[in-house]
Design a protein around this ligand. Structure first.
Ligand code: GLN
Length: 466
């Protein structure tokens, strides 16, 4: 813990942490020492972790990287983090993220962008150091929205981190930083005490250095919680036992619709390599079709903002954080929300309010929900045909530069999620596993998609790829 506290302090230029809790960390480590000595140690005893800023942590900074939650320190602990502490883990602090988890590059945070510890390949260390000390432009993004989690794990500031995934926010940052991230089945981890973005899509999950570490963390994070009505009461298996299990005879689907126009050659090659690795390990490769794939991204960007606009209605200047006074209560609401929400969050609230409004509801929201059902059925059909898991690339490219995609057209950023959002729309588990480096030397990752509550298959297959 001491070594990690020091590493966090030394790496402040990455901007991965929004709050450091060294005293708490050392006290927790001391308690862990005691339990290790008296033989009552838990499975995560003394393991230092970073916590994404959207998990409620009692008495500790919890703002989902938003200005509107200024000064908010919950009086309660989220279920996921309390289970981690129950099992002995140690909290190093809260991790930066895109504001309310809206983004794919960690550039929408009120606290500024997070840098990836990976340098742009053509840069000298000197140039990297001066950009880190300055405005960070041109350094690589760690992905988002769990950019702080991915950067901190990749930079060895913590042994693992909590993250969350609404449309790819665990898998895409893991892919960009050469770490491993798993989004469990919807309902596997409790959402209680997590700041809500889009409640029907949000899931907790870990980012860690290896498939095994993810499996270990998942066992503590998962489990039924009566406080979350969408949490599912199924037993949590020993995920670690799945590591090293044979994948012989597993049927792996390769969906032809994921071979999108303009896919870079390096992503094609990565996918081909992944197929070969699984085939060599004894899996059977099967070409499959998920015909509604191309509607997933547009439907996601209707459903997610719709739910967000409703979830974010609670930030009114009365109950939490920031309050900007006005001449009456309505203007206080307006002033608070105008000052408290960043640009991307305001855009989502406007889109969401629009698609839910009378006259547009049927044309947008209802249609998007219908598409969601079709996407879910696509997966159900292939799984019913005997497919065990699906292999795709995790992202359409390697990491890009800070400032590179913050153009006037947000769709350029949204396209990053093309391979990940389908999984959330269908409520399935998905893991991103490093698949090697691009020709320029940047991490690339493969994604495995599994059947509901069959994360173990993903751990077994992920271990083969890793
Ligand atoms: N990038 C996607 C979005 O901005 C997904 C974010 C997430 O998974 N939290 O909505």
């Amino acid at each position: 813990t001491e070594a990690h506290v020091e590493a966090v302090e030394k790496a402040r230029a990455l901007n991965a942490f929004v709050a450091e809790t060294p005293d708490k960390a050392l006290a927790m480590a001391k308690a862990a020492d005691g339990r290790l000595a008296n033989g009552t140690a838990g499975p995560l005893e003394g393991i230092p972790l970073g916590i994404k800023d959207l998990y409620a942590t009692e008495g500790v900074h919890t703002q989902a990287a938003s200005h509107i939650l200024d000064g908010f320190k919950p009086r309660y602990e989220s279920t996921v983090t309390s289970q981690l502490w129950r099992d002995g883990a140690v909290m190093l602090g809260k991790l930066n993220m895109d504001e309310f988890a809206m983004g794919s590059s960690n550039e929408t945070s009120f606290y500024g962008p997070v840098a990836s510890p990976w340098l742009p390949p053509e840069w000298t260390r000197e140039k990297g150091r001066s950009a880190l000390a300055g405005d960070k432009q041109g350094l690589l993004v760690p992905g988002g929205s769990s950019g702080g989690s991915a950067s901190a794990v990749a930079a060895r500031l913590c042994l693992g981190a909590t993250a969350s995934d609404t449309g790819g926010s665990i898998r895409q940052p893991a892919a960009f930083t050469g770490t491993v991230g798993i989004k469990p089945t919807y309902g596997r981890c409790s959402r209680w005490g997590m700041v809500a973005f889009a409640s029907s899509l949000d899931q907790a999950g870990p980012i860690a250095r290896s498939v095994r570490d993810c499996a270990i963390l998942m066992r503590s994070m998962a489990g039924y919680d009566p406080k979350d009505t969408t949490s599912v009461d199924v037993a949590v298996p020993d995920y670690e036992a799945a590591i090293g299990a044979s994948v012989r005879g597993k049927r792996i689907g390769i969906p032809k619709e994921y071979r999108i126009d303009g896919m870079p050659a390096e992503i094609e090659e990565l996918w081909t390599k992944g197929i070969a690795w699984l085939r060599d390990a004894g899996a059977e490769i099967v070409e499959i079709s998920l015909p509604h794939t191309r509607y997933a991204l547009p439907a996601y960007y209707i459903v997610a903002p719709a739910e967000a606009s409703s979830n974010l209605a609670r930030y009114d200047g009365v109950r939490y954080g920031l309050r900007v006074p006005g001449k009456d209560i309505a203007s206080m609401y307006e002033n608070t929300r105008a000052a408290g929400f960043g640009k991307e969050v305001r855009r989502r609230v406007m889109i969401g309010t629009y698609v839910l409004s009378a006259g547009y509801y049927d044309a947008y929201y209802v249609r998007a929900q219908q598409i969601r059902t079709l996407i879910k059925r696509d997966f159900e059909t292939v799984f019913a045909d005997g497919i065990d898991a699906i292999l795709t690339p995790a992202t359409p490219s390697a990491a890009f530069g800070i400032g590179e995609k913050t153009s006037a057209d947000p769709i350029e950023m949204y396209l990053n999620d093309v391979f990940t959002v389908t999984v959330n729309m269908a409520g399935l588990p998905g893991i991103a596993v490093p698949g090697g480096l691009s020709p320029k030397g940047l991490p690339l990752a493969l994604q495995l998609i599994g059947k509901p509550f069959e994360e173990e298959t993903l751990f077994s297959l992920g271990e083969v790829i890793e």
